[in-house]
Design a protein around this ligand. Structure first.
Ligand code: 5GP
Length: 181
């Protein structure tokens, strides 16, 4: 069945306000320190770029790639690292930057894995959160916006590799529900 973008859930203006708020909060909490932002590819690439530009503290960036979804809309529960960090994070204040927390399996795994590399501290910052769908209790220090249980696309989030470039966040619907491509 073809998937269609059904309705805008979060506008680009709301997203910008969210990034500014998170950037201010992080800059305040880490004042006088340097943070290492670790973006979880591919979904977090847009959010990470916006968030980083709202930080007023020194920061470094690195990326990891994990795979937990195929081309469907539900988590397989399997988290596999497909690209590791380029840098050593020992002794660093790291913030894992994620697009969305759903079951929590991905971040739970990443938090544990990166913890074994002895950073000075670990925090998680996610743009979006679907708390109703949590399967594991993972601590998320910075949450942009809580959203209902719907599959969203845009602002870095994809369906089958598409829609990442949409500037707003939209709900994805099935063909025939009156949406537009
Ligand atoms: P979790 O491990 O928390 O179940 O899933 C996290 C990952 O699942 C996210 O990084 C994202 O790639 C994907 N995901 C979860 N919910 C959504 C959604 O509503 N839309 C999209 N495009 N991806 C999602």
């Amino acid at each position: 069945m073809t998937k269609y973008v059904k309705e805008v859930l979060i506008s680009r203006e709301e997203i910008d306000q969210m990034c500014q708020r998170l950037g201010n909060q992080i800059s305040h909490d880490y004042e006088g320190r340097e943070v290492t932002l670790i973006g979880v590819l591919k979904g977090a690439y847009v959010f990470m770029a916006d968030l980083a530009r709202y930080l007023t503290i020194p920061c470094r960036v690195d990326f990891m790639s994990v795979s937990s979804y195929g081309s469907g809309t539900r988590s397989s529960g399997v988290v596999r690292i497909t690209k590791d960090l380029d840098t050593d994070i020992t002794g660093c204040d790291i913030i894992i930057v994620e697009d969305i927390v759903d079951s929590g399996l991905t971040l739970n795994h990443l938090r544990q894995l990166l913890g074994t590399r002895k950073p000075a501290s670990i925090a998680i910052c996610t743009a979006f959160d679907k708390p109703q769908r949590r399967k594991v209790n993972v601590k998320v220090e910075y949450i942009g916006l809580k959203i209902p249980d719907a599959f969203i696309v845009g602002y870095g989030l994809d369906y089958d590799g598409r829609y990442r470039n949409l500037p707003d966040v939209s709900i994805l619907g099935d063909d025939g529900q009156g949406g537009s491509k």
